[in-house]
Write a new protein. Structure first.
Length: 77
C-alpha cells in the first residue's frame, strides 16, 4: 500500500463510506486530513485504523465528543 491515499481509495479499505469519512472531517474528528494543491483529501497510514475506531464507536452509539476521547493522543499530528 502506498504512503497516502485519497478519499476514494481509502473508503473501501477503512470501513466507513467516503461520505461518512467526510462527515467525520467536518465534525472535527479527523482533523489530520491534508489536501493536495487541487483540493483532494489525502490520508496518512496512521489514520486508517483510527477511522475504524471512529466508525465502530459511532455505530455503537457513542457521541462525537465521546469518540474524540477514544482516539490516540497523537492522532492528527
Amino acid at each position: 500500500m502506498k504512503g497516502s491515499l485519497n478519499l476514494g481509495e481509502l473508503a473501501p479499505l477503512s470501513g466507513p463510506s467516503a461520505s461518512r469519512i467526510s462527515f467525520y472531517e467536518t465534525s472535527g474528528l479527523d482533523s489530520a486530513v491534508e489536501r493536495t494543491s487541487n483540493g483532494y483529501r489525502t490520508f496518512r497510514p496512521q489514520q486508517y485504523p483510527c477511522l475504524g475506531i471512529i466508525e465502530s464507536a459511532h455505530h455503537d452509539g457513542f457521541s462525537l465528543d465521546q469518540i474524540c476521547h477514544l482516539l490516540p493522543v497523537n492522532y492528527g499530528q
